[in-house]
Design a protein around this ligand. Structure first.
Ligand code: AYL
Length: 520
């Protein structure tokens, strides 16, 4: 394990504490669509003012503030402003339904919410359910009866004097379903985030890099790797509120993007879509994929077509998230591997019987579950000691629910997922949530949801449904029933009818028995 020195500092101090001289004038973040930009100095001053305005509205250290907004400079100001005020940011998926927003805010006990006007229709009922008053429902671009970002900044309130112990103070509370069940609040301290930002050094972004910021800042990947790590290295972020290939290709040429952080579905577009032909991608040094498995042929196709390196990272929300990365400068890298552990990270591969997998003398080892110990590992799930104990053992090892091999050069490959979790376009989808929705239907007697595959080999939520006696409900009707009740990324995209859901003697759904073996 490579040693790691973690500064004893908050996220704000780490990013903005030593900002001086020419760095103040460098561009930190550009809104891709409008071209509106902020320098590092302007960003820091707005973060300070946002923190001051939150404090003036009664937000105190330890409070939780919700943040649901698309990527853009406003998100960056609000995110770092919340942390600067000593509050904890619970970031929400902008695709969530009003009910899901309300559930997360209630579980996290949020006292304020920051959003944008297009999301207000879903955010307002959630805020009202929690009794968040209109003056603490900030609408960044403005809405009648609510403070806007401009209002908060105009207040010019000084940032509050707060004392934060980085080792124990919660910085963020993103939600993850972990290995089983419903989404839970992942408690990450300032130290967790600062450690992971330092560990991200293995990725290799530098000050002259221009970085694509399409991966959502609300998800731990965009939060740590873009909003924290890239900005720490004084790289420039170019934001996109949502993925759009034509717009992405335009931004590559206009801003001469050098690093593209993506999830595998974007790799499919980059490898296959005819629109990429004729685009000048010569500025791109590396494409970095994470959050879901990256197929080797797909990775090779992207590298060939764009003429750049393709790197990969692995980790999970519960590990802030990065635990492994490949070396983007290695021309012989296996692009389907996830590389080696980042500094300060201990890894074990544990076989089903509980014994550690033997290190191989050549080639890959036997597969084992990945266990992680390191400074980026979460404190636990908020208010859920049993779920925490099931994931994080007494010795501090986090059981990931992923199966991997390691080879004799120390390179890891993720080979399977033991846990229930489904990744759709890199987003988490919890089977338990969809099964509960399916069981609301009068046509459905029982149901199980697993990760299936679409024609591009990407993972999709797939339902196995037992019809109620006398029902002739169709697959289309089942999909429409779910689509009306969940966020777009959670839609069931394939349905198969079966006679009975396979269950263990104790009544637990045996999801693995429903899986068709992977075609290799
Ligand atoms: P969550 N290959 C295979 N599966 C992966 C990979 C990968 N490269 N990365 C993540 N996963 C799966 O919490 C795996 O099952 O965090 C893991 O347990 O949304 C689960 O996704 C975690 O999902 C980076 C950049 C890690 C991004 C991330 C991913 C964070 C996703 C390191 O450098």
């Amino acid at each position: 394990m490579t040693e790691l020195t973690i500064p004893d500092a908050t996220v704000y101090e780490t990013l903005f504490g030593s900002l001086t001289g020419p760095d103040l004038e460098r561009i930190a973040i550009v809104e891709g669509g409008s071209g509106a930009a902020l320098t590092f100095g302007e960003l820091r001053d707005r973060v300070d003012a946002f923190a001051g305005a939150l404090a003036a509205r009664g937000v105190v250290p330890g409070d939780v503030v919700g943040l649901i907004a698309p990527n853009g400079p406003g998100f960056a100001i609000a995110f770092h402003g919340i942390l600067r005020a000593g509050a904890t940011a619970t970031t929400l998926n902008a695709l969530y339904t009003a009910k899901e927003i309300g559930n997360q805010l209630a579980d996290a006990r949020a006292v304020a919410l920051v959003t944008v006007s297009p999301l207000l229709e879903r955010a307002r009922p959630a805020a009202e359910r929690l009794g968040i008053p209109a003056e603490r429902l900030v609408v960044l671009d403005g809405a009648d009866g609510h403070p806007s970002l401009a209002d908060l900044l105009a207040q010019a309130a000084p940032p509050p004097e707060v004392t934060i112990d980085p080792a124990t103070h919660l910085a963020v509370l993103p939600y993850s379903s972990g290995t089983t069940g419903h989404p839970k609040g992942v408690m990450l301290t300032h130290r967790n985030l600062v450690a992971n930002v330092v560990q991200c050094g293995a990725i290799g972004v530098e000050g002259d890099d221009v970085v694509l910021a399409v991966l959502p800042f609300f998800h731990i990947y965009g939060m740590t790797v873009l909003l924290n790590y890239a900005l720490l290295h004084r790289a420039r972020l170019v934001t996109m509120p949502r993925f759009d290939l034509a717009e992405l290709l335009r931004l590559i040429e206009e801003h001469r993007l050098t690093w593209l952080f993506i999830a595998p579905p974007i790799a499919v577009a980059l490898a296959k879509h005819p629109a990429v032909d004729g685009v000048d991608t010569s500025s791109v040094r590396a494409v970095f994929s994470g959050a879901a498995p990256l197929d080797r042929h797909l990775a090779d196709a992207v590298a060939d077509r764009l003429g750049c390196a393709v790197a990969q990272g692995y980790g999970m929300t519960e590990t802030s998230p990065v635990t492994h990365v490949t070396d983007w400068t290695d021309p012989d890298v296996d692009r389907a591997s996830v590389g080696r552990p980042v500094a300060g990270t201990q890894v074990r591969l544990v076989a089903a019987g509980g014994a550690d997998v033997e290190p191989p003398t050549s080639g890959p080892s036997e597969p084992g579950e990945v266990w992680i110990r390191g400074p980026q590992v979460m404190v636990g799930y908020l208010g859920r000691p049993e779920e925490t104990a099931a994931t994080l053992d007494a010795d501090g090892w986090l059981h990931t629910g992923d199966l991997a091999t390691v080879d004799d050069t120390g390179v890891y490959r993720i080979v399977d997922r033991l846990k229930e979790l489904i990744k759709y376009h890199g987003y988490q989808v919890a089977p338990a949530v969809l099964e509960a929705v399916l069981l609301e239907s009068p046509d459905i007697a029982d149901a199980a949801v697993i990760g299936g595959r679409d024609e591009d080999g990407q993972e999709i939520p797939q339902a196995f449904v037992v019809r109620r006696a006398g029902s002739d409900v169709t697959a289309e009707q089942v999909m429409a029933f779910v689509a009306e009740r969940v966020a777009p990324h959670e839609k069931v995209r394939a349905v198969e009818f079966i006679d009975a859901v396979p269950k263990s003697a104790s009544g637990k759904t045996l999801r693995r028995e429903l899986r068709t073996p992977a075609v290799s």
